[in-house]
Design a protein around this ligand. Structure first.
Ligand code: UT7
Length: 333
């Protein structure tokens, strides 16, 4: 049996500031009732100005390192997933590295939006299986609140997203007892880039930051909500079925499903489609909104620390988002 990549520690960090639906009602034409009914979100967390995704990733990383019972100096590679890096460039991998005082080791940035954690997990899995690295830190973090359109025009997007960070430590399962990441499956369809994107700023424009784009409010994320909803509801179950088939598992073998927390209605539709009891679906979007790449590791950490997921459990992850990108992972804890 080949060596599997085991998640040996998890952590998450969300900023302390709670923003309720009622707070958003004061900024735009929306209502607590609409947001709850259409998305299941009750509140989300926002950072204070000056806090970036690297700060949330760093805090989550410290917690994952502690949970894995390792010294941070043992980490030999970093992978960071975010769509909201502190800067246009470089990515946050090197910034997290510097905050941890780990100069010299490689730091890779993954840009796969809501599916970022699953893509990053897949990369980490390959490095561990091939004995390239022994202790990989994977961080996923987002600061969405700083660049949402809080006018009525942007209300479809603005009410959904929140800030937060999650982290995991991956190591080879030296015991070779079969536990670890059993599979990852990654998919994309670039024909739908403009269904969910932040088109500008773009170096295709010269100058990139032209005044007219500010005036036309072009520097905000945009979404074709209905298309994204429909595709997310279809593609996540499809990715899970492919993963289960690959592993010779049935849906009854799955102890928990952790879907990307995009919209609670999507998570419930995925559950219904897969015929998995809703009690087996980890859901925390009511408290955090959609934290994009961070949503799965935050939910995973809560479920592990809350002793919902236990040793030996089979857990399936699935995500869908901008790109489009989507995927699944099967893990035995
Ligand atoms: O991680 C992946 C990222 N994104 C997602 O997964 C999101 C996927 N999409 C969705 O979750 C849903 O499409 C939304 C929650 C964004 C919207 O829900 P919907 O049930 O598809 O609503 P809709 O777009 O069909 O809009 C219904 C109405 C519209 O008004 P009219 O045209 O019927 O008068 C919207 O203008 O709701 C209006 N609306 C709002 N009303 C109050 C849109 N946003 C809001 C809002 N508050 N925040």
């Amino acid at each position: 049996m080949s060596t599997k990549a085991l998640i040996t520690g998890t952590g998450h960090f969300v900023p302390p500031k709670v923003v309720t639906n009622f707070d958003l009602e004061k900024k735009m034409d929306t209502s607590d009732e609409w947001i709850r009914q259409r998305s299941g979100i009750v509140e989300r967390r926002y950072v204070e100005p000056g806090v970036g995704s690297s700060d949330l990733a760093y805090e989550a990383a410290l917690r994952a390192i502690e949970a894995a019972k390792i010294d941070k100096s043992e980490i030999d590679f970093i992978i960071a997933a975010t769509l909201s890096p502190d800067h246009y460039f470089p990515g946050i991998g090197v910034i997290v590295q510097a905050k941890l005082g780990l100069s010299g080791i490689g730091a890779l940035d993954v840009r796969n939006q809501c599916t970022g954690f699953i893509y990053a997990l897949s990369v980490a899995e390959q490095y561990i299986k091939t004995h390239t690295f022994k202790k990989i830190l994977l961080v996923a973090a987002e600061v969405q609140s700083a660049n949402l359109d809080y006018s009525d025009e942007g209300r479809d997007m603005a009410v959904l997203f929140g800030d937060g960070g999650g982290a995991v430590i991956l190591e080879p399962n030296e015991k070779n007892d079969g536990r670890g990441i059993l599979s990852t499956h990654l998919f994309s369809d670039g024909r739908y880039v403009s269904d969910l994107w932040m088109e500008k700023p773009s170096p295709k424009d010269n100058p990139t930051f032209a005044e007219e784009f500010f005036k036309k409010r072009r520097f905000f994320p945009e979404m074709n909500g209905r298309n994204v909803f429909k595709n997310a509801s279809e593609k996540m179950p499809e990715a899970v079925r492919i993963a289960l088939k690959h592993n010779g598992l049935s849906i009854e073998d799955v102890d928990y499903l952790i879907p990307h927390q995009a919209n609670d209605r999507i998570s419930l539709m995925v559950a219904r489609n897969l015929k998995i009891p809703v009690e087996k679906v980890i859901r925390n979007i009511d408290r955090f909104g959609n934290t994009t790449a961070a949503s799965i590791p935050i939910a995973m950490d809560e479920a592990l620390k809350g002793r919902i997921i236990k040793d030996g459990d089979i857990v399936v992850l699935t995500a869908f988002g901008s790109g489009y990108t989507w995927g699944s992972a099967v893990i035995q804890f």
